[in-house]
Write a protein that binds this ligand. Structure first.
Ligand SMILES: CC(C)(COP(=O)(O)OP(=O)(O)OC[C@H]1O[C@@H](n2cnc3c(N)ncnc32)[C@H](O)[C@@H]1OP(=O)(O)O)[C@@H](O)C(=O)NCCC(=O)NCCS
Length: 172
């Protein structure tokens, strides 16, 4: 399916629909924690939602991606623009598999490059995220995360050699 959409930073008027899309997109997923939509609000309310983009068709919001700061165990590794974590990301279930998720990810990575980010981590489906350059990195995975689904995208720093964890709000 080909659909025409645009991507832009979130505005306050988008908060409710971001919550709704995230809840509906994750609901059928066996790996969903059930609190993905609340995590976005938690990050935003604690000034930890660093990048928040929406995809829009006409006046309808159809997708969303969040990035927050990530934290190297060895703080001296926090060079350049620092590390980021991707997620949650969600696309309206009726419009999935039409390129919206990919476009949100590419746009987010472009912004990370502009910020000279050192790298970006995520926990997700390996088959999906490797197309964007993310690689599995079990040796850099914090104890709290699933090793098999932990991935990293090196950006300004090519050889990342420290464990990098998510914002503490991910586990609150
Ligand atoms: C994951 C998600 C954001 C992808 O968005 P999307 O707009 O459907 O993705 P795109 O159209 O850009 O990409 C579609 C491609 O990704 C693949 N894909 C989509 N979701 C996938 C998943 N969960 N696992 C594996 N592959 C997936 C499709 O098979 C398709 O592959 P193809 O291009 O080879 O046909 C969307 O499916 C979604 O909201 N899922 C529910 C919430 C979720 O699981 N979020 C991510 C948690 S890690």
């Amino acid at each position: 399916m080909t659909v025409k959409f645009t991507i832009r930073p979130e505005q306050a008027c988008d908060y409710e629909v971001i919550y709704d899309i995230t809840k509906r997109a994750f609901a059928p997923m066996p790996y969903a924690g059930g609190n993905e939509q609340d995590l976005i609000n938690l990050l935003r309310n604690n000034d930890a939602l660093e990048i928040s983009l929406v995809a829009q068709i006409g006046s309808d919001i159809v997708g969303h991606i969040a990035f927050s700061k990530a934290f190297p165990e060895n703080e001296s590794a926090n060079v350049n623009g620092g590390y980021y974590a991707l997620g949650p990301i969600a696309v309206d279930p009726e419009l999935q598999r039409s390129g919206i998720g990919s476009a949100l990810i590419y746009e987010g990575i472009d912004i990370l490059r502009q910020r000279e980010a050192a790298g970006c981590i995520l926990v997700g489906n390996i088959d999906y995220y490797q197309r964007f350059g993310f690689k599995t990195a079990p040796h850099l995975c914090p104890k709290s995360e699933p090793k098999d689904h932990y991935m990293i995208l090196p950006l300004a720093v090519k050889n990342i050699d420290t464990i990098i964890g998510f914002h503490p709000l991910f586990h609150s």
